[in-house]
Design a protein around this ligand. Structure first.
Ligand code: BG6
Length: 493
């Protein structure tokens, strides 16, 4: 599909937070950068509201959340003219008939067919209903031009993911289904591919012979941000590990692709998930640790948050030890951790290399010995650091770890785009490389299934077990200590 093909993006559930904070600011910035076709229409669909209120609301959202503020009146007016609004219940068949009429009208004006994107910014319970509604009026039937974008969660476990897939397949084919994982739209996450496959330097050492272990951390300083109701049905394992962290694991662990074809990249990523060693139900304790934050004098604990049960056993922290059973990674632990209300916001991958095979320096030279590390900071820092040993200046030979750094903001003058800008542009242009294919989605559910079953089956007796602004529960330290490792809470110092 050529970029110049007109596009119509229909957003279902447009009154929700996602549209105001992310989707509309992203579309607006794409329009400013001329990454959207001239002939473009965004239709908001919701149970109530009207076009004028929608415009006012979206303008507010852009002023508050766009990476470029304030928006000039002219650019906003031009964009606001490309917005429309439809009111209706998602199970009301006439809604889809009206949508079809509106789409046809725009296409008739433009004199050509548009690429049509249907964005599910709704609660997951209605994904299937909307997809069926579209199918009933023939929308979705054009396998080249029609696409559906599904926000996470894609199911709540393997079984429900399969059921949702079956529902979507009644209207769409797999290559029309774009499952969003917004981490894949982040510049620093995409750069993992560039780092690995555009350079000769790293690939020869990117394996079990040189890599000792890998740590993937997505730590958040924030708590629930008013999403208690959703989070009670989710927890950290489903909210973050099943998607974001496992996707990062794929990028670190995958074999070099033959090309950057969507399916080639996705095949290589799917292979990683297939190779992740499945954890037996009885062994979950050896591989996974959960945590829940408590209260302090100043802040509420998880169990006191709005929408949360007073005896909730939902985890706000999860740490996993995984192994990838293939030639490249056999025996190398991959540690994953994520949590809310942790010491600070930090998304980071650390590749920790093996020590040198022979230590020729006298003991007093290498008192400060450290293994080499490659540290990939995804956010809020956007940088890559190589940490290695150097000789301290002076008469004697003494070794000290030093850093060699690449920082995005110093190397490039343009600020990073928002993940949703990248992802929406890819959907409009019909490139599914950055989206999760169903086999990845199912494999990811399979990996977390035993942990989920074990945790849901045995409520924790030790919750809450970590303090806000800490690095999580003690059990997570033990998980690594058993292998002679420790978490790098500050990997570059
Ligand atoms: C979302 C989760 O997918 O990712 C949230 O549902 C989490 O709970 C968010 O806060 C983190 O995204 P980011 O881009 O702020 O790291």
């Amino acid at each position: 599909v050529r970029k110049s093909q007109p596009a119509i993006v229909t957003i279902f559930g447009v009154t929700g937070d996602l549209t105001k904070r992310k989707l509309l600011p992203a579309l607006f910035n794409l329009a400013l950068d001329r990454h959207l076709p001239e002939q473009f229409l965004a239709i908001g669909v919701a149970r109530r509201g009207d076009l004028e209120t929608f415009r006012v609301d979206m303008r507010e959202g852009i002023d508050q959340f766009s990476r470029r503020v304030p928006a000039s009146q002219d650019s906003w007016n031009a964009f606001a003219n490309k917005l429309d609004y439809l009111v209706g219940g998602f199970s009301d068949p006439t809604l889809y008939e009206r949508l079809l009429v509106r789409i046809r009208q725009a296409e008739a004006e433009w004199g050509t067919k548009a690429s049509r994107v249907f964005y599910m910014a709704t609660p997951p319970e209605v994904f299937g209903t909307i997809s069926d509604g579209l199918g009933a009026v023939g929308l979705g039937g054009d396998h080249d031009c029609d696409r559906i974008v599904v926000e996470k969660p894609f199911g709540t476990d393997l079984q429900s993911a399969k059921e949702l897939q079956a529902q979507l397949l009644r209207t769409f084919q797999e290559n029309q289904i774009y499952r969003i994982d917004h981490y894949l739209g982040k510049e620093t996450v995409q750069n993992i591919l560039a780092l690995r496959f555009a350079n000769t330097l790293f690939e020869p050492i990117w394996n079990r012979r040189y890599v000792d272990h890998v740590q993937i951390t997505v730590a958040e300083a924030v708590g629930l941000e008013g999403r208690g109701g959703y989070y009670e049905g989710s927890g950290a394992l489903r909210d973050m590990i099943q998607n974001h962290l496992l996707q990062i694991l794929c990028l670190i662990g995958m074999e070099p692709p033959v090309s950057f074809d969507a399916d080639e990249v996705r095949n290589k990523k799917a292979e990683v998930l297939r190779a992740v060693r499945r954890i037996a139900l009885g062994e979950v304790r050896q591989y996974a640790v959960r945590g829940q934050y408590g209260a302090t004098r100043e802040t509420t604990g998880y169990r006191q948050e709005a929408g949360v049960q007073a005896d909730s056993s939902v985890e706000t922290y999860a740490a996993l030890k995984l192994f990838i059973d293939n030639w490249r990674w056999q025996g190398v632990p991959f540690y994953l951790r994520t949590g809310k209300k942790l010491a600070r916001r930090m998304s980071q991958v650390v590749i920790s290399f093996r020590p040198v095979p022979h230590q020729a320096f006298p003991p007093d030279a290498s008192e400060a010995f450290e293994e080499n590390r490659l540290v990939i900071d995804i956010q809020p820092d956007e940088r890559i650091t190589m940490r290695f040993l150097a000789k301290e200046p002076g008469a004697r030979m003494r070794l000290r770890a030093v850093n060699m750094e690449f920082c995005y903001d110093q190397a490039f003058s343009a600020p990073s785009r928002e993940a949703y800008e990248t992802l929406l542009q890819e959907v409009v242009e019909g490139n599914p490389t950055l989206f999760m294919r169903i086999d990845q989605q199912e494999a990811a559910w399979e990996i977390v299934a035993p942990i989920l079953e074990s945790w849901l089956g045995t409520p924790s007796t030790s919750f809450p077990n970590y303090a806000p602004e800490s690095w999580g529960p003690e059990g997570a330290d033990l998980l690594l200590a058993r292998e002679g490792h420790r978490w790098f809470n500050n990997a570059v110092a």
